[in-house]
Write a protein that binds this ligand. Structure first.
Ligand code: PGA
Length: 248
């Protein structure tokens, strides 16, 4: 199975109802794109975005979910709620969740299973800190996160992995192309070892300061199947250029 490239936008804590204008522009620009196009807006906008994007060739996702179906968890959202609002994907284990909310691999693992229970595709995020890379531990850290965050039963259609070096997120810095390709090759080997051919079918995204200017060269690297994009996904003009790079 050929892996279809995925251009995923992570809006983080940005966007009000007026931001639907950016979605409209993206739907127009991305129509007919070869790449799959995903926007993960804040949860307050999922239902409106999903309704608007339904026939527009853009899919909508959440940025996090609770592992339980329902219950006494004030402020949390279940994967079922995201699905009910029209989401098809959910990001789990983003480094900002791991850092700001103390999420550990076991929780990320449970959230990925919750995503599947609700029929969502899980985007599992992994990535080393700068100190870990400088200590020569990047592969060890990422290998560990993969092993403990990804549940058994992962396939090319229910899981995407995003490699996001923490030091590259929102900083304008990226690893060298060689380092990205090396890490993606390492992750591919780990996933194939564990999941067999399913590991070949999973999409591996690169994330961290992807911009229109660097997207095409990064997406052309072997085992890079698209990007998870923060800042540059907020403006339809920038993200459309990234979608075009993923489609090229
Ligand atoms: P960035 O964020 O593109 O703004 O670096 C990426 C991410 O955190 O997913």
């Amino acid at each position: 199975m050929a892996r279809r490239k995925l251009a995923a936008g992570n809006w983080k804590m940005n966007g009000l109802s007026a931001s639907i204008a950016e979605l409209d522009a993206l739907i127009e620009n991305a129509s007919g794109a070869a790449a799959e196009v995903l926007i993960c807006p804040p949860a307050t906008l999922i239902a409106a975005f999903a309704a608007r994007a339904k026939d527009g060739g853009v899919v909508i996702g959440g940025q996090d979910c609770h592992a339980a179906v329902s219950g006494a968890h004030t402020g949390d959202l279940s994967a079922e709620m995201l699905a009910d609002a029209g989401a098809a994907y959910v990001i789990v284990g983003h480094s900002e969740r791991r850092a700001d909310h103390g999420e550990m691999n076991a929780q990320v693992h449970a959230k990925a299973e919750a995503a599947w229970r609700a029929g969502l595709t899980a985007i599992v995020c992994v990535g080393e800190t700068e100190a870990e890379r400088n200590a020569g531990k990047a592969e060890e850290v990422v290998g560990n996160q993969l092993a403990y965050s990804c549940p058994d039963g992962a396939t090319g259609s229910n899981m995407v992995v995003a490699y996001e070096p923490v030091w590259a997120i929102g900083t304008g810095r990226t690893p060298s192309n060689e380092d990205i390709a090396q890490m993606h090759g390492f992750m591919r080997a780990q996933l194939v070892f564990r999941y067999g051919n399913g590991g070949n079918e999973m999409r591996l995204l690169y994330g961290g300061s992807v911009k229109p200017a660097n997207a095409a060269e990064i997406f052309a690297l072997s085992d890079v199947d698209g990007g998870l994009v923060g800042g540059a996904s907020l403006k339809a003009t920038d993200f459309s250029a990234i979608v075009a790079a993923a489609s090229g």
